[in-house]
Design a protein around this ligand. Structure first.
Ligand code: AMP
Ligand code: FE
Ligand code: FE
Ligand code: ZN
Length: 278
């Protein structure tokens, strides 16, 4: 069984429709794929229908923008009830923060001498409810200002860059119980990517487990082999589920092909059994 528990579609900042993503997962030889768009569940229905058609298992999920100790943490949530009022309210607040940030980024870039408009970004964001910096990056590429998303981030959109603007993220310690309450299970995405180990050390992870955290994503392109073996040891000590995933974004991120990392079937079974909706 090949299991990939972290992918993005056009519902956030991936480049495939949810149905195309599921079909690509089937072609890549996956048996189970989770759709985990940033702060959005709007791709679930289309993905589920495609999964039925091709005969693979879809795990409905999302990757929630949270904050812990003043740092951004991405929280994967699987199998929550999409109508749960506190979850819906929390996501609405995050999405409103995304929507409000776009004009702030556009203003900052214009002050920097780049003739970009909100419409340019809206066009790239298309059907996504979760407007984000990758869509701004795509607009910059189309305008000929950057060659690809990575360069747009490096030169303009990363913290400290001339086109950076902050946005609201939900407190991680509130979000874990909300997802659990909604019947879902939580896994911290790439906990040690981008210097995350500073904040997510073993004591922090133990504390988050006490709040209901089910697992950590260990096998991910943002982790070195040394990070992975250290995180695997921490997960064993704390009895956390270990996952591995691609964090596929279609053409939006290189070296994140579907199935590039996968989750052990036993770990997957354990994760699913912790979801009260399962
Ligand atoms: P946002 O959620 O709008 O703040 O944008 C963050 C998203 O941008 C992440 O989920 C990644 O998909 C993408 N991203 C972050 N850094 C980079 C980078 N250096 N190059 C390409 N994409 C990036
Ligand atoms: Fe992303
Ligand atoms: Fe992430
Ligand atoms: Zn992701």
């Amino acid at each position: 069984m090949r299991i990939d528990l972290h992918t993005h579609s056009l519902a956030s900042d991936g480049t495939d429709t949810p149905a195309d993503l599921v079909r690509a997962a089937n072609v890549a030889g996956l048996d189970v794929v989770a759709l985990t768009d940033h702060d959005a569940m709007s791709g679930w229905d289309e993905a589920a229908q495609a999964a039925d058609e091709v005969g693979i298992t879809l795990v409905p999920g999302l990757e929630i923008s949270t904050k812990y100790d003043h740092r951004g943490v991405h929280l994967l949530a699987y199998l929550p009830d999409p109508t749960h009022p506190s979850l819906v309210a929390a996501l609405d607040r995050i999405l409103a923060g995304r929507t409000a940030r776009t004009p702030a980024i556009v203003d900052a870039l214009r002050r920097h001498g780049i003739a970009i408009t909100e419409d340019d970004v809206r066009r790239e964001a298309g059907g996504s409810v979760a407007a984000g910096r990758p869509h701004v990056a795509d607009a910059l590429v189309r305008l000929g200002v950057a060659t690809d998303r990575t360069q747009a981030f490096t030169d303009l959109l990363s913290p400290g860059g001339p086109g950076y603007a902050d946005r609201y993220a939900a407190p991680l310690e509130e979000m874990i119980p909300i997802v659990t309450d909604a019947g879902g299970v939580t896994v911290i995405a790439h906990p040690w990517g981008r210097n995350g180990r500073v904040v997510l050390d073993v004591d922090a992870l133990a504390h988050l487990k006490d709040l209901g955290l089910a697992g950590i994503e260990v096998d991910h392109q943002d982790h070195s082999p040394a990070d992975r073996s250290e995180l695997r040891g921490i997960a064993a000590d704390l009895d956390l589920v270990v996952t591995g995933s691609s964090d596929h974004h279609g053409l939006g991120k290189v070296d994140h092909d579907l199935g590039v990392h996968t989750t052990d079937p036993e770990q997957y079974e354990r994760l699913v059994s912790l979801a009260s909706s399962a």
